[in-house]
Design a protein around this ligand. Structure first.
Ligand SMILES: [Fe+2]
Length: 222
């Protein structure tokens, strides 16, 4: 095989890499009664799958991008060609955000002292953090996400619209809440405040602590 043929074959192989729907790591009913099985099934199997499929369709043939990890694609959105940028922003962001979200959910977890200490340093108290986070989630008009992000030594609350990721603007997510209606409407209808309250019952604080540890070193955890 001559050099150009080998290169062409390699590019073809790289270009065939597809993003895949990650598993939840727990059952669809594991977060009940706070987030019910039907909601989790639809959210993961239909909505997240659609972001993955649409991202793969958008990247088809774009071998330079399709072989990259989703967090690297979303972090480097500014470098994505203009004709792909909107699709990558929406579907790549959707894939990255949901992949992150599933991992910060677990029933029965409680924050340990180091996490509580960091929240206290940045917000004054856990209650103040929860109040500010909840207020941001209640006040978000339309669809989007509320995040706890690592910004140098501080933790901050951040809101992103649609499927925009904090990674795109250089912020490292530690915790995130999906405030799209598809995340709660089946169970809570228009009662978003109840969904937000329920979310605080299913935060995987161990994972948050890991994200904090990685975030403090400038590393991304998805
Ligand atoms: Fe979602």
């Amino acid at each position: 095989m001559i050099g150009s043929e080998r290169t062409s074959l390699m590019l073809e192989v790289i270009g065939m890499e597809k993003h895949e729907l990650p598993g939840l790591g727990y059952g669809y009913a594991a977060l009940e009664p706070y987030i019910d099985m039907e909601t989790m099934k639809m959210h993961h199997m239909k909505h997240h799958q659609a972001y993955v499929d649409n991202l793969n369709a958008a990247l088809d043939g774009h071998w330079r991008l399709s072989g990259k990890k989703i967090e690297d694609i979303v972090s480097g959105l500014a470098k994505v060609p203009e004709n792909l940028k909107e699709a990558v922003r929406n579907h790549g962001g959707g894939h990255a955000n949901h992949s992150f979200f599933w991992k910060v959910l677990e029933k029965g977890s409680v924050p340990e002292s180091d996490v509580l200490e960091k929240l206290k340093d940045s917000f004054g108290s856990f209650k103040s953090f929860k109040d500010q986070f909840s207020k941001a989630a209640k006040g978000l008009f339309g669809s989007g996400w509320v995040w706890l992000v690592a910004d140098r030594e501080r933790l901050k609350i951040m809101v992103t619209r649609n499927q925009d990721s904090p990674l795109t603007v250089g912020k490292i997510p530690v915790l995130g809440l999906d405030v799209w209606e598809h995340a709660y409407y089946l169970q809570y209808q228009n009662r978003r405040p109840e969904y937000i309250e329920a979310f605080f019952k299913v935060i995987n604080w161990e994972r948050v602590a890991e994200n904090l540890e990685k975030g403090s070193k400038g590393k991304v955890a998805i």
